[in-house]
Ligand binder design. Structure first.
Ligand code: SF4
Length: 471
């Protein structure tokens, strides 16, 4: 899969460090794969918050002048890809508001399945939304809460939302980090000198020299203020539903996600697929970058030589101008090109993490045939992707998901492979081991851990004029 399913968001906070905003800035670079549409940082000094946000990549949005303004020993950052709400600056995060609770900054990763109802209820009581993002719902709930303390107001707000959230909220005095009781999205805690760091993935810690402490547990609330850290679980425990697709595709391979090393888990998926597929070939080649770790595992288990079958162009932005039909498969070719000398005359086993619409896989196979591959076995390191995600991942509709509409044999014919195999659900769960029941696998099984009467993939996309004091 090349960019057919998009990550949701990445968040990071640094507390108790004089270079907090600079470190968050670096951390956002490490989390850039989780969102490329917009980014932002809020810093705090002497109870005053400052914000810088913009559309585009971290490298495009921030310059030295902006970073110099983000003074203070605490900072909160966010990279965004829109799963609800459109791609506009008003939807960029962190959201910073001035309200009855003082200045409040919020960065959210996830998707609230009941945000339409909560938003309508808030609007009926006078709240005026300025963005189309479901994350703003949480901010309004905090602002409207009858709880006197900021910490209790955050808990009160979270008690009213359903779905997925890994969230960091900051006011003048403290920071509150929370993960929903099912733990869909990752969140990790670390230390940096005498301070603390919280982020979506540990790859952000590596870049800034922070030390990993542990995963923030599903349902856990962490409060950091006055140099001290407290934690508790404010809500009744639920069956865990960590997103298995973080391990298959979303997270960076150098990250620990859900306390598991992503690279090793992907290698195990590849090895398990080699056992199940039982195919022979001359070379194993990954669809870069997400298929690389699994291809290593497949190659080690099968004894089939691993080759670099494609070169990926890492410098293609998310938007480019499609030329006329004269250049076939321009979009895929711009990102990926087969290495003719590696694949010509070979029986090729292609390792991919998933097939979404099938169109990209078809183009990849066509390109390999044009490059002279003798036979092509397509091997996918997850079960057929049949159902859209409701929990913060941007996926096509059921009608667009090829595995929802067609059998494996029909998909094989459509993509033009000689053979096609998927990792079985049993194989996937066996790699996850004892805690396999604590994962969400809804996009394969259709068994959604949380549903709501208005649940759908994109909840709303309304245009609202800014009218309250969100900075
Ligand atoms: S539906 Fe799929 S992508 Fe969404 S949270 Fe569950 S496992 Fe992850």
């Amino acid at each position: 899969m090349i960019d057919e399913i998009q990550h949701d968001c990445g968040i990071i906070a640094v507390l108790g460090h004089p270079e907090a905003a600079n470190l968050v800035y670096l951390g956002l670079y490490a989390l850039q794969h989780r969102g490329q549409e917009s980014c932002g940082i809020v810093s705090r000094r002497d109870q005053r918050m400052r914000v810088a946000k913009g559309m585009g990549l971290v490298a495009d949005v921030f310059d030295q002048a902006k970073l110099d303004q983000l003074v203070g020993d605490s900072a909160l950052g966010h990279v965004r890809y829109s799963t609800t709400g459109s791609s506009r600056l008003e939807n960029a995060q962190p959201i910073l508001v001035d309200c009855a609770k003082g200045s409040v900054a919020v960065a959210h990763n996830g998707n609230l399945v009941n945000s339409l109802e909560v938003r309508a209820e808030l609007e009926s009581r006078g709240s005026i939304f300025q963005s189309t993002s479901d994350s703003e719902t949480i901010v309004h709930l905090i602002a409207k809460s009858r709880m006197a303390s900021f910490e209790d107001a955050v808990v009160d707000a979270l008690s009213k939302v359903r779905g997925s959230y890994s969230l960091i909220a900051m006011n003048q005095d403290m920071l509150v980090a929370a993960r929903d009781p099912r733990g869909f999205r990752p969140l990790v805690l670390g230390t940096l000198g005498d301070g603390y760091v919280i982020a979506s993935e540990t790859c952000a810690f590596d870049l800034i020299g922070a030390k990993y402490s542990r995963e923030v547990e599903p349902g856990e609330l962490i409060v950091i203020g006055g140099g001290e850290l407290r934690n508790y679980f404010p809500f009744p425990p639920r069956r865990k539903a960590r997103c298995v697709f973080e391990l298959i595709y979303f997270a960076r391979p150098d990250s620990l996600v859900f306390s598991k090393p992503t690279h090793i888990v992907r290698k195990q998926f590849g090895a398990k697929l080699a056992d199940e597929a039982g195919v022979s070939g001359d070379i194993v080649i990954p669809v870069p970058d997400s298929g690389i770790c699994a291809a290593i595992g497949f190659s080690e288990r099968s004894g089939i030589f691993r080759e670099k079958g494609f070169t990926r162009n890492h410098y293609v932005g998310r938007t480019f101008i499609e030329p006329k039909q004269s250049i076939r498969y321009f979009g895929v070719k711009l990102k990926l090109n087969p290495i003719r000398d590696a694949v010509a005359g070979k029986r090729v086993i292609v390792i991919d993490d998933s097939i979404v619409r099938g169109t990209t896989s078809k183009k990849i196979i066509d390109m390999l045939r044009e490059a002279g591959a003798k036979t092509i076995h397509y091997a996918v390191t997850s079960p057929p992707y049949k159902h859209p995600c409701m929990y913060g991942i941007d996926t096509p509709t059921e009608e667009e998901l090829i595995a929802n509409q067609h059998s494996v044999e029909e998909i094989r014919k459509f993509i033009g492979a000689d053979t096609l195999s998927y990792l079985s659900m049993k194989g996937l769960l066996s790699v996850l081991g004892e805690d396999a029941k604590g994962y969400c696998t809804a996009c394969f099984s259709g068994k959604y851990p949380v549903v709501h009467k208005s649940s759908k993939v994109s909840q709303f996309d309304l245009f609202r004029f800014p009218s309250i004091n969100i900075r």
